[in-house]
Write a protein that binds this ligand. Structure first.
Ligand code: 8YV
Length: 317
C-alpha cells in the first residue's frame, strides 16, 4: 500500500460500487464528484488530479478535461464511453479505458429477456394474476418468439452474443451497422429502415453518441410495423423517444422492451403509462458477478497506468 503523500489523486465523476471504491481507496486519494458538490474545493484540488474514474452514463466533457492540467488517464466503468470526450482526452495525450467483453453475456441475456417479456407479455401476465383477473377468464394471446426474424442494430461483441442466443430460439438473424462485418454469417442491411421492414424484432445494441443519435426514428418504427417489437439495451439517445411513444400509443409497432432512456433516471410518464412496453432501469450489466468483473477491470486499467504497465483495454484513438 502506498503512503498518503505519494498517492495519486483521482476525481470520481460517477457513483461507484463499494467493491471498486474499496480497491481504489487502498492506493489513491479519492475526490468523489466534488466538481459538482463543491466547486470551490474542486478548484483547489483540480491541479493535482491525475486520474478520472467514470461510468457508462457519466459525462467527462472537454471543459472538465481542460480543468485538469495533470490528468493522465480516464478509466470508465462500462463498455460505453459516449459521455466522455475521447477526442479531447486523446488530443491531450490522455488515454481512456473501458470495460469491454466482461458484460457481453449479461447484456445479451437481458436483451433476449426483454424480447421474450415484451412478446409474451410476461409482466402484464404477472399483473393479471396478482390482480386476480384470471378468475374472470383467460388472458389475451401473445406473440410467438421461436422462429421469428431478429434484426440487430449493431453487430459488435454484444450484438454477436445476442445473435448466438437467438439461434437457440431458431430465429433468423439479420443486422445493420456502418459496414458489413467480416466473418459474420447473418444477412446485412445497409440501414435500419431496410432492416426493420424485414424483421419481427428489432434489437438496438449500437454505441451511443452523436453518430447514432435518433437513429431509430419514426420511419424505422413505421417500417417495423404493427406486428413488430423494439428492444433497446444500448443507449436511450439512439431511439427518438417521442416517436417511440407515439408509435406504441397508436399501434404503429406492437410493443417494446426498454432498458435505457433518453434522460435517465427520468422516464416520461407517457412511456410509463403505456400497456405495451416492458421497462427496466438500465440493468443490462447489473449482476453482482458482472459488475465485480467490470470494477476489477476499471481498477486494473487505472492501476496499470500508475504502475507503469500497459493498459488492458484502452479505447481506440
Ligand atoms: C453502465 C453501461 O456502465 O457498460 C455500459 O456502457 O451502460 C452500463 O454497464 C453501468 O450501468 C454502470 O454505470
Amino acid at each position: 500500500m502506498s503512503s498518503a503523500t505519494d498517492r495519486p489523486e483521482l476525481l470520481l465523476v460517477a457513483p461507484l460500487m463499494p467493491f471498486l471504491l474499496d480497491q481504489l481507496r487502498q492506493h489513491y486519494t479519492l475526490h468523489d464528484r466534488i466538481h459538482v458538490s463543491d466547486p470551490a474545493a474542486f478548484g483547489a484540488v483540480a491541479p493535482r488530479i491525475r486520474g478520472v474514474v467514470a461510468n457508462g452514463e457519466a459525462k467527462v466533457p472537454r471543459e472538465l478535461i481542460a480543468q485538469l492540467p495533470a490528468l493522465e488517464v480516464i478509466s470508465v466503468f462500462g463498455v460505453g464511453y459516449d459521455g466522455i470526450d475521447v477526442a479531447a482526452a486523446h488530443a491531450r495525450g490522455v488515454p481512456v479505458t473501458n470495460t469491454p467483453a466482461v458484460l457481453n453475456d449479461d447484456v445479451a441475456d437481458l436483451a433476449i429477456g426483454l424480447l421474450i417479456a415484451a412478446a409474451r407479455r410476461i409482466p402484464q401476465a404477472d399483473r393479471f394474476v396478482r390482480a386476480n383477473e384470471w378468475t374472470h377468464g383467460p388472458i389475451a394471446l401473445s406473440r410467438k418468439v421461436t422462429g421469428g426474424r431478429l434484426g440487430l442494430v449493431g453487430m459488435g461483441r454484444i450484438g454477436q452474443a445476442i445473435a448466438e442466443r437467438a439461434l437457440a430460439f431458431k430465429m433468423e438473424v439479420a443486422y445493420t451497422s456502418r459496414s458489413p462485418r467480416a466473418g459474420v454469417p447473418y444477412a446485412y442491411h445497409p440501414d435500419p429502415v431496410s432492416l426493420a421492414a424485414a424483421v419481427d424484432f428489432l434489437v438496438v445494441i449500437t454505441p451511443g453518441g452523436a453518430a447514432t443519435k435518433g437513429l431509430i426514428d419514426a420511419r424505422v418504427l413505421q417500417a417495423l410495423g404493427p406486428d413488430g417489437y423494439l428492444v433497446n439495451v444500448a443507449r436511450g439517445s439512439v431511439v427518438d423517444e417521442a416517436a417511440l411513444i407515439d408509435a406504441l400509443r397508436h399501434g404503429t409497432i406492437a410493443g417494446a422492451g426498454l432498458d435505457v432512456f433518453a434522460n435517465e433516471p427520468n422516464v416520461p410518464e407517457a412511456l410509463r403509462m403505456l400497456p405495451n412496453v416492458v421497462l427496466t432501469p438500465h440493468i443490462g450489466s447489473g449482476t453482482k458477478q458482472t459488475r465485480e468483473a467490470m470494477g476489477q477491470l476499471t481498477f486494473d486499467n487505472l492501476h496499470a497506468h500508475f504502475t507503469g504497465r500497459p493498459l488492458l483495454t484502452p479505447v481506440d484513438a
